[in-house]
Ligand binder design. Structure first.
Ligand code: NAP
Ligand code: ZN
Ligand code: ZN
Length: 350
């Protein structure tokens, strides 16, 4: 076994603290990665706090992982020692269902294994541990190549915030001629803005935070609307082809639906713990509107997204933190106060 140093929540709702644990030895298809940076996703907070379902503890969060390969298994073909490598939200999947065969492992019909807070039933039935740790062992199928030309810490968030927003924009072919609203300007939201602009859409940020307006233009957005500003909201009624909804808290789907034009699509990627309530269906029916969901993305598409970022020079806007500041980072995220992703310098995990 390999001894790893990490930060873990020992039980639900607990602060993270140093924890040494064991990872599996490098198997024939595995790579071992010296973790350099790990992004902080709102899903980390949600899972530590058991907001979605009872978690597996101790829990080492983190699924926006970048680092360098330090060891490869005998059968590994795609990586060599010294390569930059990344791990996102997925550790394993059944590998034989239709979505797995199509490279859409996140939609595995037999249940995908998350990078942390999962039991790997396809391998050893052991808990998976994430990237708030100094070393990672990952099957090469679930590992991606990181472009060398991008700023490494700012690449980390692409592994979740990036792919989770890129994937639905590609799936629904969002691009030139479309009006895209990005609801919620946090980690996912700011990546959605960058991808929406790069794909040619006219992008509006819908935010509950007036103070984020100054950043909207910097991120490339064409318009910024504060959701509590009734006059401005009135002007964008029936106007959007798509809303990409990244909000992590409960909100009013009937209200946002009214901003979609005929045939408009409300894409839900945020995960409000309370779920989704549609109080009446007329808004959907009379505008022939849809509400759809999307998960992070498969490995093939994650690599495609990283290559797209390398060409278009897209990375996340980040604040680098030491692990000792993780509590403050969580608190600021809960308040919507992050510009726009915290990334842990994993060298600070000792
Ligand atoms: P984040 O950085 O905290 O951003 C969420 C944003 O939502 C906030 O910045 C805020 O933006 C808005 N918001 C938060 N609370 C709100 C409230 N009470 N009312 C209105 N708006 C509120 O979080 P994130 O990491 O981007 O994650 C966003 C959500 O996506 C989380 O629920 C996360 O678990 C989920 N997620 C899903 C997937 C997937 O596979 N589908 C993958 C990753 C994350 P404004 O200040 O602009 O309003
Ligand atoms: Zn995430
Ligand atoms: Zn499968």
């Amino acid at each position: 076994m390999i001894t790893a140093k990490g930060y873990a929540a020992q039980s639900a709702n607990q602060e993270l603290s140093p924890w040494n644990f064991e990872r599996r030895d490098v198997g024939p298809h595995d790579v071992q990665i010296d973790v350099l940076f790990c992004g902080v996703c709102h899903s980390d907070i949600a899972q530590i706090n058991n907001e979605w379902f009872p978690g597996i503890f101790p829990m080492v969060p983190g699924h926006e992982i970048v680092g360098r390969v330090v060891k490869v298994g005998d059968h590994v073909k795609g990586f060599k020692v010294g390569d930059l490598a990344g791990v996102g939200t997925l550790a394993n999947s059944c590998r034989h269902c239709a979505p797995c065969n199509d490279g859409e492992e996140v939609y595995c019909e037999n249940g995908v294994i998350p990078t942390y807070n999962g039991l790997d039933k396809y391998l050893d039935n052991q808990p998976t541990y994430g990237g708030y740790s100094n070393t990672m062992v990952s099957d090469e199928r679930f590992t991606v190549h990181i472009p060398e030309n991008l700023d490494l810490p700012a690449v980390a968030p692409l592994l979740c915030a990036g792919i989770t927003t890129y994937s639905p924009l590609k799936h629904w072919k969002v691009g030139k001629g479309h009006k895209l609203a990005v609801l919620g300007l946090g980690g996912l939201g700011h990546m959605a803005v960058k991808f929406g602009v790069a794909l040619g859409a006219e992008v509006t940020i819908l935010s509950s935070s007036p103070k984020k307006e100054a950043d909207a233009k910097k991120l490339g957005a064409h318009h910024f609307v504060v959701t509590s500003d009734t006059e401005e909201i009135e002007k964008v009624k029936n106007s959007f082809d798509f809303i990409l909804d990244t909000v992590s808290a409960q909100h009013d789907f009937d209200f946002y639906g009214s901003l979609l034009r005929l045939n408009g699509v409300h894409i839900v990627v945020g995960i409000p713990p309370q779920g989704l309530e549609i109080k009446q269906v007329f808004g959907l029916q009379l505008g022939r509107r849809s509400i759809v969901g999307s998960a992070s993305g498969g490995l093939k598409e994650t690599q495609e997204m990283l290559d797209f970022c390398a060409v278009h020079n897209i990375v996340s806007d980040i604040e680098i933190i030491d692990i000792k500041d993780i509590k403050t980072a969580f608190e600021r995220m809960e308040k919507g106060d992050v510009k726009y992703r915290f990334v842990i310098d994993v060298a600070s995990i000792q």
